[in-house]
Write a protein that binds this ligand. Structure first.
Ligand code: NIG
Ligand code: FE
Length: 421
């Protein structure tokens, strides 16, 4: 078969091994690194990858050959945890944070997530769309081709739906793929203060069935945290979501460990997010039930708590881990997944191979997209992120700089020389 495009002379190509499940424990050390590689694509999908010269049989008259000297390639990066759609911003809390006021104290005073809820409720669909589109473009310029996006700043049906519809529209209009998560259980809205049971009734009896009926999300997530939703409350919400056919995620053990990880194992959540203060016992439970640990080191960085999730302990216990940004206006205002990858090395002491696996194949499993993306297996989408770099170690070692040069989504160029096409 003739290729449509062939990228040649890539210094290295990072090829994760898709074993049919997220890579666990020592498996995360594995990958094929092709030297002087080529990637051949056809109809937006991977046709072949290899070293040296591409097979002659693949080169036809119409084949476009693209010389990629000076670059390396990895499967398009996947940001498997973002809070993409919101109104306003929260730099006004920054000075407080620098003076030592905690994230949960700011939330208890009605700030934090609730201040973003206020700004999001004030925003029209168009305003939210434009703002999210800009942020998404910034994320893409840093090498990302697939993005998970959560609701959770509406906390009433009208505005949760608006957020989910923004995600849907972005998915339709932009080249990148979005995966939608309903997170109506992100906080108890002010009008239900002190009546969380009643808010959960609304979530379970009204909102979740509508999410499913209107096909607005594929996952359900809950912020299981002290003074937000207890493990018992989270169980009720997630069990109802599961019953309706949604897949599960849970924000657990971010600030205090209150049983969210145990719940993730019990309900077979696809992933548990954050896990900064998780215990060894809980790690074992998640490992046994194949819950992917979705770690968000830039949130620890931004919260300034120095509580990085114990990634190495998780790997020792045989868990699978993914890394993602948590991009949001409060605990992690960033659009740069490369910085998260670098923190994976600098703060968690993961190796470049473990980190690349965490943002490609394992991130694909964390959002249930591994059949389509996350590796260069033949037939998967030709989602390719190229870095200006001599080898795969370089973009992790040379930090806080955007080294992504070109990005292809389904074989089409969407970023060239660090600019959106
Ligand atoms: O993952 N922890 C809960 N949710 C987000 C923060 C959202 C916000 O502060 O606006 C997180 O850290
Ligand atoms: Fe989050």
């Amino acid at each position: 078969m003739k290729a449509q495009k062939i990228f040649t002379h890539l210094n290295q190509i990072f090829c994760p091994v898709d074993k049919g499940h997220a890579l666990r424990g020592v498996e995360m050390l594995e990958a094929k690194i092709l030297e002087n590689g080529y990637i051949a694509i056809l109809d937006g999908r991977i046709l072949d990858v290899g070293e040296g010269k591409p097979p002659k049989a693949m080169i036809g008259e119409l084949t476009e050959q693209i010389d990629c000297r000076g670059k390396i390639a990895s499967p398009g990066l996947i940001d498997s945890h973002t809070h993409l759609v919101y109104g306003g911003s929260r730099e006004n809390e920054f000075a407080k944070k620098l003076n030592g006021v905690s994230y949960l104290d700011i939330l208890r005073e009605g700030g934090g997530i609730l201040s973003t809820v206020h700004a999001t409720r004030e925003s029209s669909f168009e305003e939210l769309y434009e703002k999210s589109e800009k942020l998404l473009e910034e994320i893409v310029v840093h090498g990302v081709t697939t993005v998970e996006a959560k609701s959770g700043y509406g906390l009433n049906w009208e505005v949760e739906k608006r957020q989910l519809e923004v995600v849907k529209r972005l998915n339709e209009n932009l080249a990148v793929d979005l995966v939608s998560t309903f997170m109506g259980a992100h906080a108890v809205p002010p009008e239900f203060k002190g009546r969380s049971k009643e808010y959960i009734d609304v979530l379970v009896e009204e909102m979740l069935p509508k999410v499913v009926e209107e096909n607005l999300a594929e996952f359900c997530d809950v912020f299981c945290e002290k003074d937000v939703f207890s493990a018992e409350e989270s169980r009720r919400i997630l069990s109802a979501a599961k019953e309706l056919g949604l897949k599960l995620k849970i924000h657990a053990d971010e600030i205090e460990a209150i049983g969210g990880t145990e719940l993730a194992a019990e309900l077979h959540a696809i992933s548990a997010e954050h896990l900064m203060v998780v215990s060894e016992e809980e790690i074992k439970k998640m490992s046994e039930e194949n819950v992917i640990g979705n770690l968000l080191p830039a949130t620890t960085f931004s919260l300034m708590t120095n509580t990085y999730a114990p990634a190495k302990k998780m790997l020792e216990a045989g868990m699978a881990i993914a890394l993602s940004s948590d991009s949001n206006p409060g605990s992690c205002p960033t659009a740069n997944l490369q910085f998260i990858m670098q923190l994976g090395c600098f703060a968690m002491k993961l190796t470049p191979i473990q980190v690349f696996n965490a943002v490609t194949i394992n991130a694909a499993y964390a959002i249930d997209r591994a059949k389509e993306v996350g590796s260069f297996d033949i037939g998967k989408y030709a989602d390719i992120t190229m870095f200006d770099a001599p080898n795969i170690d370089y973009p992790l070692y040379f930090f806080a700089t955007n080294l992504v040069s070109d990005v292809y989504k389904k074989g089409e160029l969407i970023v060239k020389n660090r600019q959106l096409v």
